[in-house]
Design a protein around this ligand. Structure first.
Ligand SMILES: Cc1cc2nc3c(=O)[nH]c(=O)nc-3n(C[C@H](O)[C@H](O)[C@H](O)COP(=O)(O)OP(=O)(O)OC[C@H]3O[C@@H](n4cnc5c(N)ncnc54)[C@H](O)[C@@H]3O)c2cc1C
Length: 379
């Protein structure tokens, strides 16, 4: 009993095969080393670039795959199905590179995109600050114009790809009195004087994700690094965040489907009271509930992917997809941890790993409460 997926074409499914092989062969064996090191090694990033798994939606003239959102979605689904944790490929390729493509002028695109597509230049986006992340219009980092330059001062936290990044898109205030209308996006090369990375943050899950604090102590950046127009950054962020939220829905759905498969396998094998755990009616009912919820997640996500491919996905629909899939995934994962007993708490079991790795989905990319605010505005 599967939802028939008609959102993808044959070329998407062919890419899925390539992605599945890559994640299983080139990433899964390295996961323990990455977890230990707290980051994914550069060679794997470059391999992903050579396999055409980075920046699949970027135009071929800049070294990208020339694909559409469906290609990006199948890659991220396969990454999460395989259990590859903490690799910021999709963030780099499908969430941050689009800012360079959509807002960059030709000179900026030529300057950055080829290296971004090959994996030589890793991207991060720095919105969140120690003072707050949900209320983006209140950020305090400033960019003050000085001749042909901006001088950036402030600090950011929880920045994914923060240790590996060579280019960071920084949300900063160019008109501090103007609230949301005073935010701009400026690309900052991490070689610039005054830029500093803080410690790698110790998280509940995804140990291989290099999430870090970043400091900007009067970093001088040429005004030619401004993306799009000055003071329009907030509306740029709101437009791009819809795709980020849909990607989160896509990988949460794929993860929950995979964990259901794992759990069915586990309970059919595990014995208690002279029968398998599967034989308890409670187990069957719990997993039937998970199945029903997974089908609803899948139907909603595929509808939103299809709308996005037609360029019709609204900000509110993306918020619905993120809210529903992340909250439902969380309930399902908790039930499936329970059915694993103590093994559900052991990190060597995929369900435990999913439980710790995926908790952040209800917060990052906009907390569930913020999603509800966005949805409610249009009710
Ligand atoms: C692992 C990880 C990776 C991340 N990667 C990045 C990144 O690459 N770049 C980046 O810029 N940021 C990143 N973030 C930051 C993330 O986007 C923020 O944590 C998130 O937006 C919430 O901001 P906050 O943590 O400051 O929480 P706060 O804004 O302090 O909110 C705390 C809580 O208050 C409640 N709340 C907030 N607003 C409302 C509201 N309007 N109505 C009702 N309740 C509300 C919610 O429950 C919310 O969770 C990452 C975070 C983590 C943990």
């Amino acid at each position: 009993m599967q939802v028939i997926r008609n959102v993808y074409r044959e070329d998407h499914e062919m890419l899925r095969e390539t992605a599945r092989r890559f994640f299983e062969r080139e990433c899964v064996p390295h996961q323990p080393a990455w977890d230990e090191a707290g980051r994914v090694d550069r060679e794997t990033w470059l391999k992903a670039g050579r396999e055409g798994l980075l920046c699949v939606t970027m135009p071929t003239e800049y070294g990208g795959g020339g694909g559409d959102f469906g290609h990006a979605a199948v890659i991220v689904e396969e990454q999460f199905r395989a259990g590859v944790s903490g690799a910021g490929f999709s963030l780099h390729s499908d969430i941050i590179a689009p800012y360079l493509l959509r807002l960059g002028n030709e000179e900026q695109k030529q300057r950055w995109l080829p290296k971004v597509c090959s994996g030589e230049m890793i991207l991060a986006i720095a919105m969140t600050e120690p003072g707050g992340g949900s209320d983006l219009k209140s950020i305090r980092t400033t960019a003050v114009r000085d001749g042909d330059d901006y001088i950036i001062s402030g600090s950011k936290t929880f920045i994914s790809n923060g240790l590996n990044a060579e280019l960071v898109i920084v949300a900063c205030k160019t008109d501090p009195a103007a609230g949301a209308k005073g935010v701009s996006l400026i690309a900052v090369e991490t070689t610039r004087e005054g830029f500093r990375r803080g410690r790698k943050l110790q998280k509940v899950g995804q140990p291989a994700a290099d999430t870090a604090e970043l400091f900007f102590d009067g970093v001088r950046v040429p005004a030619t690094n401004l993306l799009g127009e000055e003071n329009k950054g907030f509306s740029y962020l709101m437009q791009e965040l819809a795709q980020e939220r849909l990607l989160i829905a896509a990988y949460c759905t794929a993860k929950t489907e995979r964990m259901l498969e794992h759990t069915i396998e586990y309970v059919k094998d595990r014995k208690a009271f002279g029968q398998t755990v599967w034989d308890f009616q409670n187990t069957k009912f719990k997993l039937a509930d998970v199945k029903a919820q997974v089908m609803a997640m899948r139907t909603l996500t595929d509808y939103c992917i299809s709308e996005h491919l037609r360029r019709r996905l609204t900000v509110e629909e993306a918020a619905v997809a993120k809210l529903y899939t992340t909250e439902t995934m969380w309930k399902c994962l908790d039930d499936m941890v329970q059915l694993h007993g103590g093994y559900g708490y052991m990190l060597e079991y995929p369900i435990a790993r999913a439980f710790t790795d995926m908790r952040i989905a209800r917060v990052a990319g906009g907390a569930s409460e913020v999603m509800r605010e966005i949805i409610a505005r249009k009710l």
